[in-house]
Design a protein around this ligand. Structure first.
Ligand SMILES: Cc1cc2nc3c(=O)[nH]c(=O)nc-3n(C[C@H](O)[C@H](O)[C@H](O)COP(=O)(O)OP(=O)(O)OC[C@H]3O[C@@H](n4cnc5c(N)ncnc54)[C@H](O)[C@@H]3O)c2cc1C
Length: 419
């Protein structure tokens, strides 16, 4: 029997496809401003225990600008309890040939009068805080465990066909559905992508010695091995390995994996114990040819993806969120159409340079840091020595890692979002 009473079409000002951290953040920003917004989220609601039950066992090192945005969206309050200050970033180049000792440089946030570069937060905690915030916002509809099946273009906006049988339309559709973005493909925006022969292994550890809020990135020929401080005597690990070896490591039992991990940590944190799940993330980069189309915008990894080096990815994506949210909030306050093409062109122009320079830097840094060339090893040593001995260069590098060359979007400067 056919259904005689199809569900009514959902109508909103903005509809966002993808409930990753970027899509959730944009939804929280727009909802805080009272914009009627729908979020299509493939994920189920929330894990009870943000460490043990998390599907995503990564943490994110958030710089202060990103935290300001989350604060403006009313979300940071739910993360603070689990956030760990990052005060020192240590870069280590291992010894090679006749060298006995590694060379290293410390970047200390106190040298540039900042109490911390930022805070490290488990992704599951951030997701929980964002979902809780969406629940409080009357102008937001958050559909979990729901997939966008297809998109149909109409003059007044895209119609989304959802896996629960519903249809939805909005003045503006935003693709926040990750690197392989089905919405980007459905709209017909081309992109270029390139894989690296590397996979990032992720896990959490408990250790007997305190981390003292120091994040350590050690450069091995296959890729960086990074320890990032968490609450108490805990750290999260991003271990970039050549892909076939990463697969073998991920297949080891807990004892074998812990043994391999200890060889990388080299006793730095005392005795070490794994907790929670392990994860593996194949590394690739991607850049979309355009960040918009008629009544459609792309944000975050649906628009650009970087190798996970120097904790840039989500911080860059949150700048997309801040710029687009600000344009939409202004437009809404004037009572104008949120799918206006001039607004979308402005968004695209505002983001392209920042994204392109970060992508080029992350690509170059990943290639430079992950190889066994004697010459590049020497260049890395010389670079670290220059940075160690020349404070202005060190200060410049610390500051430029925390700001965009085109300035800071105002929602990242501590400005509140008003209805
Ligand atoms: C190992 C590692 C460590 C990292 N560390 C850092 C860090 O310290 N700092 C930092 O700034 N960045 C970091 N990053 C980058 C950061 O994790 C990513 O940039 C960020 O998670 C991407 O978020 P997103 O919302 O764009 O995409 P995703 O997280 O991929 O979210 C996309 C969402 O869309 C959903 N989706 C897909 N198709 C559909 C559909 N048809 N319908 C509905 N929904 C759909 C997916 O289910 C998913 O939930 C790291 C990345 C890696 C791999």
């Amino acid at each position: 029997m056919t259904n005689q009473n199809p569900l009514p079409m959902l109508t909103n000002q903005v509809q966002i496809i993808g409930g990753g951290l970027a899509g959730l953040s944009l939804c929280a920003a727009l909802g805080t401003a009272g914009i009627k917004t729908l979020l299509i989220d493939l994920e189920p609601p929330l894990p009870e225990n943000p460490y043990q039950d998390a599907k995503d066992n990564r943490t994110t090192a958030l710089i202060q600008n990103s935290i300001n945005l989350l604060n403006a969206c009313g979300t940071w309050v739910g993360c603070e309890e689990y956030a760990t200050a990052l005060t020192v970033m240590r870069i280590v180049n291992l010894p090679r040939g006749k060298q006995k000792y590694p060379s290293s440089t410390n970047f200390d946030s106190r040298e540039i009068n900042d109490s911390a570069f930022g805070f490290n937060v488990p992704n599951a905690v951030l997701r929980r805080a964002l979902c809780n915030r969406l629940n409080e916002l009357p102008s937001v509809t958050h559909l979990t465990s729901t997939k966008m099946e297809t998109l149909e273009a109409r003059e007044n906006g895209y119609i989304l066909n959802l896996s629960n049988g519903q249809k939805s339309i909005a003045e503006l559709t935003v693709g926040a559905d990750g690197k392989n973005s089905p919405s980007r493909k459905a709209v017909g925006i081309k992109s270029m992508s390139w894989p690296y022969p590397q996979t990032a292994i992720t896990c959490y550890i408990e250790h007997s010695k305190p981390h003292q809020n120091v994040s350590t990135e050690t450069h091995y020929p296959a890729g960086p091995f990074t320890l990032v401080p968490m609450m108490g005597k805990r750290s999260s690990i991003v271990w970039v390995e050549e892909t076939s070896l990463a697969k073998k490591l991920l297949g080891l039992d807990e004892e074998g994996f812990t043994k391999a991990l200890k060889e990388k940590i080299k006793g730095r944190l005392g005795t070490v114990k794994l907790f929670g799940k392990r994860g593996g993330f194949p590394i690739s980069a991607m850049l979309s040819n355009s960040f918009h189309d008629q009544r459609f915008a792309l944000i975050a990894e649906a628009a650009h993806a970087l190798p996970p080096i120097a904790a840039q990815g989500l911080n860059l994506s949150l700048r997309d969120v801040a710029v687009l949210a600000e344009l939409l909030i202004d437009q809404n306050n004037k009572g104008n159409d949120l799918g206006d093409i001039q607004l979308l062109e402005e968004y695209d122009r505002a983001r392209r340079f920042d994204v392109f320079t970060r992508l080029a830097a992350a690509d170059g840094l990943n290639r430079f840091a992950s190889n066994d060339s004697a010459i590049l090893h020497k260049v890395r040593d010389l670079g670290l020595s220059a940075v160690r001995n020349f404070a202005p260069l060190r200060h410049f590098m610390m500051k430029s890692g925390m700001t965009s060359p085109l300035g800071t979007p105002s929602l990242m400067t501590g400005k509140e979002i008003k209805k």
